[in-house]
Design a protein. Sequence first.
Length: 395
Amino acid sequence: MDITLTSLETEHSELLRAKISSQITSEGGWIPFSRYMEMALYEPAMGYYSAGAHKLGSGGDFTTAPELSPLFGAAICSTLLPVLEGFKAQGLPTQILEFGAGTGKLASSILTRLHDLDFRLDRYDIIEISPDLAQRQKEHISKTVDQLNSSTQCDWLKALPQNFKGVILANEVIDAIPCDAIVYQNGFWYWHGVALNEGKLIWKTGSPVEQDLLPESLLSCDFSEGYVTELHAPANDWMRQVARNLDAGLFLTFDYGFPEGEYYHPQRLEGTLMAHHRHHAIQDPFYLPGLCDLTTHVEWSQIARSALTENADDVYLTNQAAYLLDAGIGDIALEIGDPSNPETFLPISNSLQKLLSEAEMGELFKAFAFSKNLDSLLLGHTIEDLPGLRGRNRL
């Protein structure tokens, strides 16, 4: 792939590559892939999310649903509003906490929609590990708050508060949590890690994977020699921590992925790991460390089990198109645009197509939710009554 880099970009990537190489050497010549991914994405001042870079939008490396249209955030409000009204009816603070808020567009669209619905939100807090994105969020959201003349308080937190009561959101967060790679050889699963060969980063097989770490789908099927896939212990740990700290409320996330049986399908020979740079998908995860985003698809079955182990009441999974349509995104589009005016409605229609089409984000992206101690807040209703989650796949 022919990508032109500045001298600063080249130097940045080479410095991180040298640090990763030093780590490999200090660990005896091999590190698990999760350690490589952690360094490539989060090494202080050097990793993709830790160093300054234009990541989102047309000039970045990828585009998310909130970047495409404010309709995405407006539709989410159909699900959130009954929950927030339940907290308000009990005299409790109304608050939303978002993990990894991108450029702040999702927060701004939610704040705007709640304002239009005449609902006063007490707090909208954010946890963001990328310094440059946090700065963009502060600029974008403060502008929105000022324009709305809103009293909503916004803060950037270091960690999820304990005993949190409210709504927790995460859009395309789980896919960037470091994972481990494994490979099937001679009838056994082995860790698939990172080593050096003449100074270059390469894949290298490590020790056998402990049986109790393998999902049932990897123990009960026949796989081809050299079949590669991923394990997601850090993502499952993160999900348990979120569920543990949510005392009452709703968790809602959007990401691309599959349930366990589909994720570990015998024909998915090379797993789901992918690098992204300037809207190009790249198979080689060792390409330009620090300049490329690294992601894997989410394995939703284990994520759901992780939430349930921390006393989540219900978990739900559906595709993004079904969720958004049930949440009323079509009606909201008609509220803000006039179909008889092609000049103004065509961009709205194009955004809807990308969000809903099976060939775009509609099928691959999923909406996953769980509730905890929520029924008492919904005034006689359950989470199944929430727009976007009604009648959907209850896991």
